[in-house]
Structures are given as structure tokens and as C-alpha cells.
Design a binder for this molecule. Structure first.
Ligand SMILES: Nc1ncnc2c1ncn2[C@@H]1O[C@H](COP(=O)(O)OP(=O)(O)OP(=O)(O)O)[C@@H](O)[C@H]1O
Ligand SMILES: [Mg+2]
Length: 300
């Protein structure tokens, strides 16, 4: 069942189109990775979801309610961690966390204490003195201490060290185990890969790919390095072959995963002497999307 549904969302700032006909769905119990390079429109989408920004066009529903009109109702069931955490400078971290808990109601002090310990946070310090990573920890502890049906996390680990990133990942998987949903924005694919059931890739305000990691893997390419007795004929003409190059006596090229079988059949007939292959990674796919031509002829 879909918990969050964005249909035809366009957001303009004056003449600038930050989001262009975005469609996206997050299902119940799912961790959805929202990835894209800087300035792609991740935070803008999230701000519309939170009812902070009004959509120029399109429909945005969370729990079947309108993200703009029913924001108050919706907020009772979501927890949010912003990308750049600003806290009240004169309150301590612990006071901020308790404030969030009080605003929401409900008593989850055990959970809070456990999280403070796991994130190795000193809750007695004034927020003004926290480092970026520690401010992020405060926001994360506050969010995961709340009982929510949907956690919206905007690049929540950009300031965390690897140890803390692991703690964060446990928190997300914990929430998932309880049947909660998570929208996790990031530009680090490896982080998303470990946690997410499905991902959406956004670039210059447009969703360019959505699907499960398996579905996206079909779009990946295997790198091959092949040396044959006779030169391989018609390699260029084969479907799914890219970036052919020469390396000493061997040929290096990339093959779309779905065409791998065909291509291998073709090259065996030329007598393989040497064969090296590198597994496809989503990172490659991702980088292709980052580097490829932009919309309207490529302004990137
Ligand atoms: N209030 C605003 N007024 C004008 N333009 C804006 C406003 N907010 C965002 N933008 C523009 O919209 C685009 C998308 O920005 P957004 O913050 O959503 O990107 P992002 O994907 O979150 O990037 P990052 O990974 O750097 O956080 C950017 O070009 C940005 O300059
Ligand atoms: Mg952002």
C-alpha cells in the first residue's frame, strides 16, 4: 500500500523550475532511497512533503492526506531530520530532544536514553557548542525517539563518522523491522544500497529512474577485458557494447548486463586467450547519470 504519493509535482521559484513533473511513491514498510547530485531537488521535494513549500502544480499525499492542507494532521505521524540541522543555541542537546518528545506527546524516555548512548552523544552540552556531526546526532536521536509511521531523513549522515553511520543504519533497519516507512535522501549510493528496498534517482528536478535495486542492476554494465586469437569482428555493431578501447593486445569494453550472454557468444568464436571481467556496480550507473547530458541539450 502506498503511504506517500507524489503525482505530477512541479515546483517553480520564479522562473526557475526546481521540480519538473515528479512522480514518486513510497509504500508501507519500505525504505526508499532518494538520490541525486547537489541541487537536484531532493530537499525541495522534501519541503513540499512537509508542507513547508507549496507545490506549483501536482498532488502530494501522505497517509492519503494532502501535504499542504493537512500538514498538521500528517505531522503527528512523521519524524523529520533536516540536511542542515539548526538547533536552539542556548538549549542543551538533551533539552532539545525532550522538547521534540513533549511536542509530540508520548513517553519514550527509555528509547531516548538508549539512542543517546548508541550515538555516543553528550546531551548536557549547549547546542551552540556542538560540532556539525553532533548537531546531526541530536536531530537523529530526537527523530528516532519519536513513534512515527514515516521517517523523512534528508541526507542525515553527511556529518557522521563511519562508526556513527553504522549506528544510523541500525536505526533505519530497526524502524523497518517495526513496519515503519523511511524516505532517505542521499548522494552516497553505497549507503542507500545497504538500506533501501527501492530508489528513485533525481537529476535537475526530474526523476530519471525508479525501481528496486535489482531492477536498476539491469541497467548496469559489466566491464570486460578480452584478448582473442583472431580480432573480434563487428564488436561495435553488437547491441549493448560501449566504450571500446585498446589495452596492449586486448580490447576493453563495457556490456549492458542484459546483453552479456549474446556478446559472450559472439566473442568466443574468435578464440579467447584472456578474459577479465569486473562486476557491474550501481555506482557506475549512478555516475553515468551524474555525468550524462542534462535536459534541454545539457546545461550541466
Ligand atoms: N527558495 C529557493 N529559491 C530559489 N531557488 C531555490 C530555492 N530552494 C531551492 N532552490 C533551487 O532549487 C534547486 C534544487 O535545490 P535542492 O535544495 O532541492 O537540491 P538538493 O537535491 O537538496 O541538493 P543538495 O544535495 O545539495 O542538498 C537548486 O538549484 C536550488 O538552487
Ligand atoms: Mg538538500
Amino acid at each position: 500500500m502506498s503511504l506517500l504519493k507524489i503525482s505530477g509535482l512541479t515546483k517553480k521559484f520564479g522562473k526557475f523550475t526546481a521540480l519538473d513533473d515528479v512522480n514518486m511513491e513510497v509504500n508501507e514498510g519500505e525504505v526508499f532511497g532518494f538520490i541525486g547530485p547537489n541541487g537536484a531537488g531532493k530537499s525541495t521535494t522534501i519541503r513540499v512533503l512537509l508542507g513547508i513549500l507549496k507545490a506549483t502544480e501536482g498532488e502530494v499525499k501522505i497517509f492519503g492526506k494532502d501535504a499542504w492542507k493537512d500538514a498538521v494532521e500528517i505531522h503527528k505521524r512523521i519524524a523529520y531530520v533536516p540536511g542542515d540541522v539548526n538547533l536552539w543555541p542556548n538549549l542543551s542537546g538533551g533539552e532539545v530532544i525532550d522538547l521534540f518528545m513533549k511536542l509530540r506527546g508520548g513517553n519514550h524516555k527509555d528509547r531516548r536514553d538508549e539512542l543517546i548512548q548508541k550515538f555516543d552523544l553528550d546531551p548536557t552540552k549547549k547546542c551552540r557548542t556542538y560540532s556539525k556531526g553532533n548537531r546531526q546526532k541530536v536531530a537523529l536521536v530526537a527523530a528516532f525517539s519519536l513513534e512515527a509511521d514515516l521517517y523523512i531523513l534528508d541526507e542525515p549522515t553527511s556529518g557522521l563518522d563511519p562508526l556513527m553511520e553504522k549506528v544510523f543504519q541500525e536505526c533505519v533497519l530497526d524502524a523497518k523491522k517495526k513496519g515503519k516507512s523511511v524516505l532517505l535522501s542521499s548522494h552516497i549510493l553505497s549507503e542507500v544500497e545497504k538500506l533501501c528496498d527501492r530508489v528513485g534517482i533525481i537529476r535537475q528536478g526530474e526523476i530519471i529512474e525508479t525501481g528496486s535495486l535489482d531492477e536498476l542492476r539491469h541497467l548496469t554494465r559489466t566491464s570486460l577485458l578480452v584478448e582473442t586469437k583472431q580480432p573480434i569482428a563487428n564488436l561495435k555493431q553488437l547491441q549493448g557494447v560501449h566504450d571500446i578501447g585498446e589495452k596492449e593486445q586486448a580490447l576493453s569494453f563495457q556490456v549492458d548486463t542484459e546483453e552479456l550472454d549474446n556478446v559472450m557468444n559472439h566473442i568466443t568464436s574468435f578464440g579467447i586467450v584472456k578474459l577479465e571481467s569486473a562486476p557491474p556496480t550501481l555506482e557506475d550507473l549512478f555516475m553515468r547519470h551524474y555525468e550524462g547530458p542534462g535536459k534541454a541539450g545539457g546545461a550541466s
